[in-house]
Every structure is written in C-alpha cells, then in structure tokens.
Design a protein around this ligand. Structure first.
Ligand SMILES: Nc1nc2c(c(=O)[nH]1)N[C@H]1C(S)=C(S)[C@@H](COP(=O)(O)O)O[C@H]1N2
Ligand SMILES: [Mo]
Length: 504
C-alpha cells in the first residue's frame, strides 16, 4: 500500500509503544531500576536545573513525578511520530531514530547508581524492537522489486499496528503492576521484625581457619546461591500467607503468618546444597535459619501410619517430595522465616520456606511454601521427579578445594584449603593428595554441627613446576568419599575435586 503521512506517524507511535512495553517488561523481570522510563526520568531529575524542579513542584506538587513521566511519554510519542514520518521519506533513518532513543535510555539507565551492565538491556531491547517494528510496518511499496520482503497490505498494516499498541500497552501495564507489588512486598519485608529465637544457634570458636580466599563458614545472604524455576519471584504478603497441611492426616490444619510467629522459633545453622552442584561447584551455601520445627507442626496434624512422604508445594506450583521420616525424626527440619538474622530475602522464599538438613534442595527446600500434602511415594510425584531426577535426594559426601584460587603460586610452603560436607552425618576428616604422592590428613576447623560444612586446610612443601592437588572427605560414619565420577543427574555428582596449578 502507499503510506499516507498520517499512517506513517501512527506506525512510528505503534512501534514505540511496542518497544517501550517490551523494555518495561524486561526491566520488571531483570531489575525495576533499569526501566527505560524510570531511568530517563531519574536522569532528567538529576540534570534538570533547579528552577525547572521548583517549577514542576509549584505546578504539580506531589504529583510532580507522575507529571514528569507523562511528559516523557508525550515527548517520546511525538519523537516516535516524527520517526515514522522520517522512515516514510528516508528509510532507514526513522528506524535509526527509534533505535537511538533506546540507546539514550540505556545511557540514562547505566548512569544510575548501583546498577550493573544488565541495566542496559531493557532500553536497548526497546530500541531494537521499535526500530524493527517501524522498518517492518513502513516497508516501501517497491520493496518486493528490490528483492526484499513485500510491503504490507492495508489490512496487515492496520492489524499489525493495532497489535503492536495493544501488546505494548499490556506489557507496560503488567510491568507497572508487577513492579508496584514487588515494592510493596519488599517494603513489608523491610518493616518486619522477627521474634527472637527461643533457642539461638550456637557457633563455636574456631569455625573459621582465617585463610585468604577460603569460603566463609556463614554465607552472606547476597552471596547465597539461588536456584529455582521461578521466572518471576513470587510476591507474597505475609498477611495473606497460609500453610495448609492436609492429605493423609487425622486433622487437617492451617497456619497463618501470625500463628507461625507466635510458635517457638529455633535458629539452626544448616548447609543447603543443590543436586545440580558439580564436583568443585558453588551451588552450596550455609546460613543460620530461623524457623519452627516441621516435626511439631506435622505432629499436630497426625500423619496416618501408612503415609511415607510429604509433598510440599510453593505458591508458584513447584513441588518437592520429602520422606516423612526425615521431617519427623530428631533433626531440625524447619519451616523457616529468617535467614542470617533477617526475614528471608524475596528470592530465597519470603515469607516462608522449608530447610531440611541432609537433603538436596530439590526434594526438601521449598521456597514460598503454602501447602504440605502428607501422602506416599507411590501416590504422588514431585516437580523434578517428573523430569528424570531421583525421587529421594540425600546429600552425598563431598569436599571442595578453594585455595589456591589462582593457577599460579610461589614454590615453597603452599596452603591448600577448602570445605567438606555430609549434612546430618558429619565430616570426620579430609585428606589431600599432591600429584601422585601419599594422602595427607588436612587440619579441620571446628564444625558448627553435623548439619553444616566444615573448613579444612593443609600446608605442604611444593617444588617448582606443574602440579595437581586432590581432596577427599571421610564422613563421621567412616565412609571415604568415592573417586567414582557421576554427573549431577539423577541424584548428585560424585568424584574428587582436583586443581592444577603451577609453582614458580
Ligand atoms: N518454590 C521453589 N522452591 C525451591 C525451588 C524451586 O524451583 N521453586 N528449587 C529448589 C532447589 S533445586 C534448591 S537447590 C533450593 C535453592 O534454594 P536457594 O535458592 O535459597 O539457595 O531451593 C529449592 N526450593
Ligand atoms: Mo537444586
């Protein structure tokens, strides 16, 4: 079709709406601070002269931020309409204009404090999407003659532009709602004070060997590995949270947030590990968890004698199958609300998750947990069991080398160090082998408990040249860590961690 000026301006606007919606949606997923609109707005506020800020406040009062966003929107749409007109006369310069807007948004986003390079993505994506959409909508009538895709018919032009506006608007609305509710839940979390534990975690002296580069015994929350299937972190207002315990029980029970906090809470240090952790990998972390023992809650519901599994379910539908016996024996399997002295971070299950000593996370550590169904292994299957992983997942005896970190060390006395774990069994020793020499006993730090990892170290004389160091753990029940290598699937990796290095 021949494109009128009006249609070209409209195409510019439609392409910009789709691009902006894509950018806002990506920002909501990646980090709200990288929102193209918010970034441009914040940059304008920073760079605006004082008189302009005063004027804005005089005119709009507390609605000044909203007024600014509306203003940015109107200006962007006007530029987008012009880009449409330019694209009609001089392709591809209109599309280039649209893309440049994205680059400007990206620049604005990375000038914000504490954002990473990820903050570039939403605005760049907005630019690319709107440039590509504009190019497609305004393909010249003779495009087909030039060997390119043919120009759109009137009907497809109208349909495509309308779809761009509808999808772009829907994405932007979704992003705004999502960002607002994430802020609301983050604010609720920030204002929370958890009760003091009835029984606090005891951390003995000498749990840290104080070696440079060795993983600290307690993993700070912001360094704790995160593994889950949630593309979008669930946002649960604790006031709305409830846990239902049902299935093969004598009494179905429901617990609210206030009821949970009124129960006696204990604090326990427990090392959580992911079944996907490779030998030498870092999908493992250790925290002080505050929670109520699951065994007590389950006792209130009274599981029936032939039940042997608890299928826990998160708000977003993930499920884990945990042996009932593990949740009711003497160990501290927790319904946790706190992590290292704070409410659970949103990404680690706020407001409530499970933490079970001795089992991989995929069969036990359900975050955002809302339901415990007491059942049987021969009646129900969990999320990962349906995807080929083992239905039971006790953590395997493992050890890891953290030091030396670099591939090169000074010849002479060299310090080797790392961590070893066999949750709920305990680690009795670690042995280290340099090249093909004898296995030597490493020094162990004091373990917090059998539910946590323990640091180890060894100093050894190393001659100049290329070397390889290996380690293996011995568990409290006498098991020696196997050298047989197994991949993470279906029930956890095995083998010895080793590291090549050069002594110079
Ligand atoms: N709701 C939910 N809980 C979940 C998962 C998940 O995908 N969804 N993944 C599990 C897995 S595989 C692991 S290893 C642990 C990781 O917990 P973290 O992210 O707090 O380290 O959470 C477990 N709990
Ligand atoms: Mo995991």
């Amino acid at each position: 079709m021949r494109i009128s000026r009006r249609a070209a301006a409209g195409a510019g606007v439609a392409a910009a709406v789709l691009g902006a919606g894509a950018g806002e949606a990506l920002a909501a997923l990646l980090s709200p601070r990288s929102s193209p609109f918010a970034a441009i707005g914040a940059a304008l506020i920073d760079f605006a002269p004082t008189w302009a800020k005063d004027l804005a406040i005089a005119l709009f009062g507390t609605a000044d931020k909203v007024a600014l966003l509306v203003l940015i929107g109107v200006v962007l749409l006007a530029i987008a309409a012009v880009a449409g007109l330019v694209q009609r006369r001089r392709p591809p310069w209109g599309a280039v204009m649209a893309g440049t807007l994205g680059v400007l948004g990206a620049v604005a986003a990375v000038t914000r404090a504490d954002v990473g390079p990820l903050a570039l993505i939403p605005s760049l994506a907005a630019g690319v999407v709107s440039a590509a959409t504009l190019g497609m909508l305004l393909r010249p009538a003779d495009a087909a003659d030039a060997g390119e895709a043919p120009a759109l018919s009137r009907r497809s032009f109208l349909l495509t532009s309308t779809a761009a506006v509808v999808v772009g608007t829907a994405a932007a609305v979704w992003a705004a709602t999502r960002t607002a509710s994430e802020r609301a839940v983050a604010a609720i979390r920030a204002a929370l004070t958890l009760p003091a534990p009835a029984s606090a975690a005891t951390i003995p002296q000498d749990v840290e060997l104080a070696i440079d580069g060795l993983t600290p015994v307690i993993t700070p929350n912001d360094a704790f590995y995160r593994i889950d299937t949630a593309l979008v972190v669930p946002e649960i207002d604790p006031a709305q949270w409830r846990l239902r315990i049902h299935g093969m029980v004598e009494r179905e029970i429901e617990v609210s947030w206030d009821e949970l906090l009124a129960l006696p809470l204990v604090e326990r240090v427990i090392t959580l590990a992911c079944v996907s952790n490779e030998v030498g990998g870092d999908l493992i972390g250790n925290a002080a968890w505050l929670g109520h023992p699951l065994r007590e809650l389950l006792a209130r519901a009274s599981p029936l004698p032939d039940a042997d599994m608890v299928l826990s379910r998160s708000q977003d539908g993930f499920t884990a199958s945990t042996p009932l016996q593990v949740l009711t024996d003497e160990r501290d399997a927790l319904l946790a609300v706190g992590m290292n002295g704070e409410p659970l971070p949103l990404a680690h299950g706020f407001p409530v998750r499970m933490v079970v000593p001795g089992l991989y996370g995929y069969v036990s550590a359900t975050k955002w947990v809302v339901e415990l169904e007491v059942t049987r292994f021969d009646r129900a299957r969990a999320y990962w069991t349906d995807r080929g992983w083992s239905e039971r997942g006790p953590i395997k005896l493992q050890s890891r080398i953290d030091v030396p970190r670099a591939g090169e060390v000074a010849a002479g006395e060299v310090t080797f160090a790392g961590v070893a774990w066999h949750q709920h069994v305990g680690v009795a020793g670690v042995e280290v082998q340099l090249d093909d020499g004898p296995w030597r006993k490493a020094t162990l730090a004091t373990a917090i408990s059998s539910d946590t990892w323990v640091q180890w170290s060894l100093r050894a004389e190393v001659a100049p040249g290329d070397h390889v160091v290996r380690c293996r753990a011995i568990s409290a029940d006498g098991e020696v860590q196997t050298s047989d290598t197994a991949p993470p699937a279906p029930d956890g990796a095995t083998g010895w961690d080793s590291r090549r290095f050069e002594a110079a």
